[in-house]
Design a protein around this ligand. Sequence first.
Ligand code: URA
Length: 294
Amino acid sequence: MTGTVTPPLTNLADILAFHLDAGVDVALEDAPVDRFALAASAREARPAAAPVPAGAPPPRRSGTQAAPHTPRAPAAPSAAMPIPNLAAQPPDEAVMAAREAARSAASLDELRNILERFEGCPLKRTATRLVFADGNPAAKVMFVGEAPGRDEDAQGLPFVGRSGKLLDLMLGAIGLDRASAYIANVIPWRPPGNRTPTPQETAICLPFIRRQIELANPDILVCLGNPSAQTLLGVTEGITKTRGRFFAYDTGARTIKAIPTFHPAYLLRTPLGKRMVWRDLLEIEEALKEGAGQ
Ligand code: URA
């Protein structure tokens, strides 16, 4: 059998598609930076080796004595190498500012406006727009995912891509839709290239999603996936252990039921998980019938 040979990328559209597939879909700078040229000039800037006096023994390359070390010149920052100022505030201050800002919101509209103006989270600078929520804020059930992806970032709405389509099917399975459910994410800005949010970014966003839950005041909170469950419920066990179990969630105003289940993106990769999600959905349906409270 002969192996397949991948043809070279021949045009810009192919190269762009390759970058998109690889998750490189965010411009971090206004102008391109030629990192090959920077590396070459850094090499040239290295101090030349001292001339070797005639008759001196050649430098040893092996054995017990280490070869003399020529320190590598650090690449000096230059106009061609802009340093993005991503940390507007020291991390702890950003978390404190987030807490204060979130607390000051008296309604969901105010919270959205505050988030639009909040500059303490570096993710805001690489995201296209805020992804605050979709659905009905007066719904009895609220679903919270991890963070927006590319489609959500483009449209400014959570769960509108492939996993959003599956979430709609999950809602439909128990007679819900976006008019009877409220949907948001722990992180309201898309991390560049869909990378995992850092613990620091999550800590900064946490007061906002907590306040969003408190203001929406659902009877049931559904955590979609492990990051949402661990962040909101403070559990350390993984999603395979926590899914399908009810936890007490203190909104700040009252205690409600919270239940983790698998994230629709996981179900797209692992369709067998749908069996378990079906059971979780039935639990959610039952709890909604029972009404508010623990
Ligand atoms: N995954 C999430 O966690 N949230 C979205 O909004 C989309 C995909």
